[in-house]
Design a protein around this ligand. Structure first.
Ligand code: GDP
Ligand code: MG
Length: 162
């Protein structure tokens, strides 16, 4: 995994965001993706896949000693998962705030997990929690060629030079 120094809070900062199988099964793609899009972040990669058990195990390897880990891996590996990369200043921290707490019951009202989900074990969405994990997760889920380099004309109205 690559870690790019000094890009936090720059327009090129990126985060790995994924809708989990419960969000897909419940038809929440447009509602949730729409929030990220309307906020002003730029979509640079998106794919629907059923991840292998190995991919999910690697993604959540920090949690491998937790009692819920086998159930978490089974939940995610059922698929499908909508894997995405979003870009913009402060994207890692801001998207975590837009999600709310891991436990939807503790997420502030108006946050994604509060508005659409009820319990920790079916909380619908993942977002990277730090710049380094974002870059590692992007490298785990995407090939470099799957990241789309595009110029968004609206950036002149979304980003300012100062
Ligand atoms: P996140 O970064 O907010 O997603 O939370 P964590 O990194 O702590 O945990 C990753 C994911 O594991 C969560 O989003 C949940 O899907 C799941 N998880 C975490 N804690 C629990 C738990 O106590 N019970 C269950 N069933 N799942 C959990
Ligand atoms: Mg986490």
């Amino acid at each position: 995994a690559t870690s790019v120094a000094g890009v936090e809070n720059t327009p090129s900062e990126r985060s790995f965001i994924a809708l989990k199988p419960d969000a897909i099964q419940r038809g929440l793609i447009a509602d949730i993706v729409g929030r990220l899009e309307r906020k002003g972040f730029k979509l640079v990669a998106m794919k629907l896949l059923t991840p292998s058990k190995e991919l999910v195990e690697k993604h959540y390897e920090d949690l491998k000693d937790r009692p819920f880990y086998p159930g978490l891996v089974a939940y995610m590996a059922q698929g499908p998962v909508l894997a995405m990369v979003w870009q913009g200043p402060g994207v890692v921290k801001t998207v975590r705030q837009m999600l709310g707490a891991t436990n939807p019951a503790q997420a502030p009202s108006g946050s994604i997990r509060s508005d659409f989900f009820l319990v920790t074990g079916r909380n619908g969405i993942h977002a990277s929690d730090a710049h380094a994990s974002a870059e590692a997760e992007i490298a785990l889920w995407f090939k470099p060629s799957e990241l789309v380099d595009w110029k968004r004309d609206a950036d002149q109205w979304i980003l300012s030079a100062n």
